[in-house]
Design a protein around this ligand. Structure first.
Ligand code: DQA
Length: 145
């Protein structure tokens, strides 16, 4: 089984980007923790970060062909703007969990609407990098049972 982790725009800057919201872990740190946990479970983890909406959309399309069984996605700012990314997830019809590092509900009002949450298996926010690990544990439970 394969699990795909997608990181949206500006998450390549984790570690230095607004640490009061996003902490000090880098994206490489987060991906390494996820890859180690998935490997223990015998599951292949693919990870992609992009600042470009079409790259994320095309990777989601590819997931339909490459044996991906579950997607973990932090759409970042596209959370609040992207009907196109939402439609891509609906089109491939793969289950996904939406993750945010920060508690988006404790921030600006425009962050409180997501184009993804009503389609997600679940949503995790405000738990920093641990949120991705909790999402992965749930994805592993679902793809290995
Ligand atoms: C984010 C929250 C979004 O509102 C923001 O645009 C991001 C990151 C998070 O992980 O907390 O870029 O998705």
């Amino acid at each position: 089984a394969r699990i795909l982790v997608l990181h949206g725009p500006n998450l390549n800057l984790l570690g230095t980007r607004e640490p009061q919201h996003y902490g000090h872990a880098t994206l490489a740190d987060i991906n390494a923790r996820l890859a180690a946990r998935a490997a223990q479970a015998g599951v292949v983890l693919d990870a992609l970060q992009s600042n470009a909406e079409h790259v994320l959309i095309e990777r989601i399309h590819q997931a339909r062909e490459d044996g991906t069984r579950f997607i973990i996605i932090n759409p970042a700012a596209f959370t609040h703007t992207s009907v196109a990314l939402r439609d891509a997830l609906s089109a491939v019809d793969l289950p996904f969990i939406e993750v945010h590092l920060s508690n988006v509900h404790a921030r600006e009002p425009f962050r409180q609407h997501s184009y993804f949450s009503d389609k997600a298996v679940g949503v995790i926010c405000g738990l920093g990098p641990d949120g991705y690990l909790y999402a992965l544990d749930q994805a592993l439970t679902r793809v290995t049972s």
